[in-house]
Design a protein around this ligand. Structure first.
Ligand code: PGA
Length: 340
């Protein structure tokens, strides 16, 4: 390309180019995202006075306050929010530029942020590990939060890509791609009386004390929806904030629960948690990859998207095998019960 082809379109932002630095924008972006000067300083390996000084210089350049303090957190002002959006868009472009330059050098290098819903922690780290082995130059970060928090992160464009469970309505402005099975099952302890029964009705199930995930959890939503659809009220014994805590409570005989089958991946069918033979279960749900239509996916995010889609079939096989293992144990138990 000759120099004559390189035309500058529109005005160059002289004032900002002369006074604003990318480092200042990086610090500003981290403060908005993390809601704190201290956390931003930690993430960027800077001292707090450096962070404060750079933000002061940036505020002088802009000529308006960038932050206001609320609930002991630093929140961006209206102009701050505008600058944040523009900064994120600029960093996306820079990050693509970096990846593309690395691509010319034959490298896949850069940053990739994945945000996943709590229950996806049973498979996402493994896939991320395999991805890192294939692309060791890519610096990855994984954020695990419940459904409501993931949607907050999506709204603020905090990660490159997200893994969420089945959604009732597709969030507006988002692309959502189903890629693997996420069956939901009813769990109980191995010695629960219902573990010996077949074809348990939902009405019978509703009589058992139920352990529920915390508000904001996707699994909690679908559990409540199923009770609503059957016009029944669950007998909620307790609410717990993690799948692991629920499994322990179930094993301790505190009640039954509805969980994703993925939560039983490590212990398998021979572990202390059983799944009950309830009508309509397992409920077939899907994991979805989600990203914003407004933001161009980075080249690395596109690479990860393709990578994880090839893993979907492996996850499906793993889930089918787990169901088949439980089935085998149940068939044997029912056979021996019918003999005695
Ligand atoms: P949760 O969502 O981990 O927030 O409960 C999982 C799902 O929707 O399957």
């Amino acid at each position: 390309m000759g120099n004559r082809d390189l035309q500058v379109v529109g005005e160059m932002p002289d004032q900002l180019l002369r006074h604003l630095t990318l480092r200042q924008l990086q610090i500003f972006e981290a403060i908005v995202r993390l809601g704190s000067y201290t956390k931003a300083a930690e993430e960027l390996f800077l001292t707090q006075p450096t962070v404060s000084m750079q933000i002061k210089k940036m505020t002088d350049t802009i000529g308006l306050p960038l932050f206001e303090q609320a609930d002991r957190k630093h929140r961006p002002t209206e102009v701050g929010q505008d600058i944040y959006r523009a900064t994120r868009a600029m960093f996306d472009i820079l990050s693509n530029m970096e990846t593309s330059i690395a691509g010319f050098k034959g490298l896949k290098r850069g940053k990739f942020r994945l945000g996943v819903i709590t229950t996806a922690q049973y498979f996402a780290p493994e896939i991320l590990g395999e991805f890192c082995k294939e692309y060791p130059e890519i610096d990855v970060s994984l954020e695990v939060t419940n459904r409501d928090s993931v949607f907050e992160r999506i709204k603020h464009g905090e990660d490159d890509l997200y893994i969420v469970g089945q959604m009732q309505d597709e969030p507006p402005g988002m692309v959502s791609i189903p890629f693997a099975a996420n069956p939901m099952v009813v769990v109980a302890s191995k010695d629960h009386p219902l573990a010996n029964e077949r074809d348990i009705s939902f009405e019978r199930l509703a009589k058992e004390p139920l352990i529920l995930r915390e508000p904001g959890s996707g699994v909690r939503d679908i559990t409540m929806r199923m009770f609503n659809e059957h016009d029944l009220h669950p007998k909620v014994r307790m609410e717990l904030g993690s799948n692991e805590a629920i499994k322990n409570a179930v094993v301790g005989g505190l009640g039954i629960s509805m969980l994703s089958l993925h939560t039983l991946t490590l212990e398998g069918a021979t572990g202390p948690v059983d799944i009950l033979d309830v009508e309509g279960f397992p409920v077939q749900r899907q994991w979805h990859l989600v990203y914003s239509k407004e933001r161009d996916l980075s080249l690395i995010a596109k690479t990860f998207l393709e990578f994880i889609q090839t893993k979907g079939a492996e996850i499906d096989v793993r889930m089918d095998k787990l169901i088949a293992d439980f089935d085998l144990i149940h068939q044997e138990r029912w056979r021996s019960l019918s003999k005695s």
